[in-house]
Ligand binder design. Structure first.
Ligand SMILES: [Zn+2]
Length: 310
């Protein structure tokens, strides 16, 4: 790293001690960054799905072993998946043997169609298959409305279902997979790249972009606590920088989710209703997150329904 860049990184780190000290920043939108040897990440933009971004809004990437490649989230649309596949072929000709899907949300998995001809093993949390039967059609329609039917892509039916833990071997490089209890969704899978101590978290970790709750707020806080003990020094969030320090970078998300729980419990204990909660809970965090107004109300609604029965 050049001296000026090093100074800049140090200055940023001093301002934001919870953040990565040297997250590689891609040269242009949708470019890949190698965040650890053989581990490449494409940083998503903090936007909703639109034709201009081709739903390239999540962090996606791949890991290269001695014998094979694993895709970690295949992208948000057909075009996003094709772009990812082209990036892999710029780095290696090794077979793409696995496509791991961290959870069912379209921005992470609808690029799966771009890898069909590689005939990889599609890997997912055991509960993802059932959720896709429930929601696949809905997601396909929403994305087709945003991008056009040809561009939307589709998810792939998982071949290898993980209900607890599993590992895959890329040739001298093992990835540990872990199926989580309900947190961001009910089908979150995390991946530990043992060789580099990098934890790929999908949407179990949001950095900068406000977390979106589609599972259990208490479950998410519990899983986060357990994840803190994973022997990793850095993590790749589902949304945010290409790489962050672990576990330090999860602190803002814990603060946001913990704050929602506290605010909502206080409202419930004073007889307040869900409208009051939506209007006030979490608002102290508003300035800290991108897309806050798009998601905080939904998060509060979901969390309120969970907490009112305690
Ligand atoms: Zn998600």
């Amino acid at each position: 790293m050049r001296r000026r860049e090093a100074l800049l990184v140090a200055a940023i780190a001093a301002l934001r001690p919870d953040r990565a000290l040297s997250a590689p920043v891609p040269a242009q939108p949708f470019a890949m960054a190698e965040v650890a040897p053989g581990l490449h990440v494409r940083q998503g933009v903090h936007e909703e799905a639109a034709p201009e971004n081709q739903d390239g809004i999540a962090n996606i990437g791949f890991v290269i072993g001695k014998e094979a490649v694993a895709v970690l989230d295949p992208g948000g649309s057909r075009a996003d998946g094709e772009r990812l596949r082209a990036s892999i072929r710029e780095q290696t000709d090794l077979p793409i043997r696995y496509v791991v899907m961290t959870h069912l949300h379209p921005d992470h998995v609808f690029g799966a169609v771009a890898f069909a001809d590689d005939r990889p093993v599609f890997v997912a949390h055991a509960r993802m298959a059932a959720m896709l039967v429930q929601r696949g059609e809905f997601y396909r329609n929403v994305l087709a409305d945003a991008l056009g039917i040809e561009e939307a892509g589709d998810y792939a039916k998982p071949d290898l279902l993980v209900s607890d833990t599993a590992s895959i071997d890329l040739g001298g490089r093992r990835l540990q997979l872990r199926a989580h209890s309900t947190a961001h969704t009910d089908n979150d899978l995390s991946i530990l790249d043992e060789q580099t101590g990098t934890l790929w978290l999908g949407d179990l970790l949001f950095v900068d972009r406000v977390p979106a709750l589609d599972g259990s707020i208490l479950g998410w806080l519990r899983e986060t606590k357990a994840l803190r003990d994973v022997p990793a020094t850095r993590a790749v969030p589902g949304h945010g920088p290409t790489v962050v320090s672990w576990p330090g970078a999860v602190a803002p998300q814990e603060r946001y989710l913990g704050g929602l729980v506290r605010d909502i419990r206080a409202i419930i204990s004073h007889g307040g209703d869900i409208e009051k909660a939506v209007a006030t809970a979490g608002q102290a965090e508003r300035a800290n997150w991108a897309l806050f107004d798009d998601y905080n109300g939904r998060n509060v609604t979901s969390a309120f329904k969970e907490l009112e029965w305690e």
